[in-house]
Design a protein around this ligand. Structure first.
Ligand SMILES: Nc1ncnc2c1ncn2[C@@H]1O[C@H](COP(=O)(O)OP(=O)(O)OP(=O)(O)O)[C@@H](O)[C@H]1O
Ligand SMILES: [Mg+2]
Length: 212
């Protein structure tokens, strides 16, 4: 029989230790913030730490009421903006057409991870400035969410493999982003499919979720 890991080596133990790391970064950000010259940078660090702390709760099943899709998108877009600023990358313009009142059931921190990964990928695929268009509507079966970008799109050769763990076309990346996305969507009873935009250039991700 396989041995159970000792309690200090479980996910719970890792989360505990990571919280200490986040606390150190957060305290350091407060020291940096004392210099007005670095106030903006300190803000980015502070938000990143809060994001990390939220993410550490994304394993738990949520008992919270479903969160508005718009609010989840706000958090993921802010993350993508902070990331672009930190790497001094080109900017992305986000557009949204969200049917009013759409809510996502489950863990909001997990949903934040889904959209953050999709937006980071879109930005990393783009050569320069670009756009990400998010469309969401209620359907007969549930909810449909489209994320379309203005990047180069995904070559048909690699399309069948992009959700595989450790599949990446980029140097020094783990290739886990889309696998995480697919796992979280599936855990909420949904599906995700990738394709290229039917009109114009760029990649398109379609998430379909059941009503309940
Ligand atoms: N929006 C996109 N446009 C073009 N190609 C994409 C897009 N999103 C994903 N891909 C392709 O799918 C591959 C897998 O994506 P995934 O997010 O799983 O891994 P990654 O981004 O390479 O690494 P990681 O997410 O671990 O940093 C990418 O390497 C890229 O080739
Ligand atoms: Mg990725």
């Amino acid at each position: 029989m396989a041995m159970q890991p000792a309690p200090d080596l479980t996910l719970e133990g890792l989360v505990h230790d990571l919280r200490n790391v986040l606390e150190t970064i957060s305290d350091s950000a407060e020291l940096i913030a004392a210099d007005p010259k670095h106030a903006k940078l300190a803000g980015t660090i502070r938000r990143s730490v809060q994001r990390g702390a939220r993410m550490l709760t994304s394993f738990h099943e949520s008992t919270l009421a479903a969160l508005e899709l718009d609010l989840i998108l706000d958090m993921a877009i802010e993350c993508s903006r902070d990331f672009r600023q930190a790497v001094k990358g080109p900017t992305i313009e986000f557009t949204r057409q969200i049917e009013s009142g759409l809510r996502l059931r489950g863990n909001p921190a997990a949903w934040e991870r889904v959209f953050t990964n999709l937006f980071l990928n879109a930005g990393q695929a783009m050569e320069g400035d670009g756009t990400v268009a998010i469309t969401a509507r209620g359907t007969e079966r549930g909810i449909e969410i489209l994320v379309e970008d203005s990047g180069p799109g995904i070559s048909p050769k690699i399309l069948p493999r992009i959700f595989e763990p450790h599949f990446s076309t980029r140097a020094k990346r783990s290739g886990l982003g889309l696998h995480i996305v697919q796992t979280i969507v599936a855990r909420h009873g949904g599906e995700i499919a990738a394709s290229n935009r039917p009109s114009g250039q760029g990649a398109m991700f379609r998430i379909t979720l059941p009503r309940n």
